[in-house]
Design a protein around this ligand. Structure first.
Ligand code: MBD
Ligand code: FE
Length: 283
């Protein structure tokens, strides 16, 4: 990677707090209408798992206090969205989509921003004049699980740049860099011109980074494209696409890789290209 450490280096707290603000504004809160019984059931079972861990491993007061201090810091760093999306969302997604027969999805992660600029296919994502990275063309067709072409389907895409940075979560990038909504044609065909993203290292300077270091884990996700594919009468598909040969496919810190989501691009004169079709379940 060409990345050099400069004062434009994103800080963990800056990207964490941006993700926290975005979540607060997302309209995702306040949707829970859980009954007293449901809250009691879930809270009791989570606490029971904590008690079992404490007894089994004889957790000490020092460790308990370290946990308190760390949890306080997660909030101060704005890293609750990061923590929950990296270590919990994959199992929520698994349960939420278990009834589907169409394309596999995976986690959304903390860096989706709604209302990206919309373009008709074939589209080139908003990028800098000198955007670094290997050109990448992603094209394919959006159909229903019944085979019907999804005319005018929306293929929304966002991804990190060649240095592994997301616009709106790292300083110095144009607002909508490498983010866009591409509208498929009458046959459901779409084509997106972009650049190859780099593997992504979750911020190491905050509390999630402290946990990773303290546990001796690594902080990496394989390079990925995030997508939301939608069409009227169809379930929204939130997915990520990965790249064959990436060293982090089998050890993604966010446990969000599935074999169906791995692309095998082929070389072109100027970069690489790959076809990927989306099958959407009925709503
Ligand atoms: C990402 O880019 C991401 O996709 C996830 C799941 C977590 C942190 C950063
Ligand atoms: Fe990501």
């Amino acid at each position: 990677m060409s990345h050099q450490v400069t004062d434009l280096e994103p800080s963990a707290a800056a990207s964490g707090n941006a993700a926290t603000d975005l979540f607060r504004q997302s309209g995702k809160t306040g949707g829970a209408t859980a009954s007293t019984e449901r809250v009691s059931l879930l809270a009791n079972e989570v606490l029971a798992a904590v008690y079992e861990t404490v007894r089994k491993h004889e957790v000490t007061y020092e460790e308990f206090n370290a946990l308190k201090a760390w949890l306080i810091q997660v909030g101060e760093d704005g890293e609750w969205p990061l923590f929950l999306d990296v270590w919990v969302e994959h199992v929520i997604e698994e349960v939420a989509t278990s009834g589907r027969t169409g394309s596999k999805g995976t986690i959304e992660g903390p860096y989706y921003v709604p209302n990206a600029p919309q373009q008709a296919t074939p589209a080139t994502l908003p990028m800098r004049d000198d955007e670094p990275g290997t050109p990448l063309v992603l094209r394919g067709t959006v159909t229903g699980t019944d085979g019907t072409a999804q005319a005018g389907a929306h293929v929304e895409i966002w991804h990190a740049d060649d240095d592994g940075f997301y616009s709106q979560f790292a300083p110095g990038l144009p607002q909508w860099n490498l983010r866009g909504i591409v509208v498929a044609d009458e046959q459901g065909n779409y084509e997106i011109n972009t650049v190859q993203p780099a593997p992504y290292q979750i911020p190491t300077g905050g509390s999630c980074g402290n946990l990773i270091t303290a546990a001796g884990w690594h902080a990496w996700r394989p390079a990925h494209l995030h997508l939301k594919v939608s069409a009227p009468g169809r379930q929204l598909l939130t997915a990520q696409l990965y790249f064959e040969g990436d060293s982090y496919l089998s050890n993604d810190i966010a446990s969000a890789v599935k074999p169906e989501l791995i692309l095998r691009p082929t070389p072109t004169d100027s970069g690489r290209e790959v076809t990927y079709d989306f099958l959407l379940d009925p709503a």
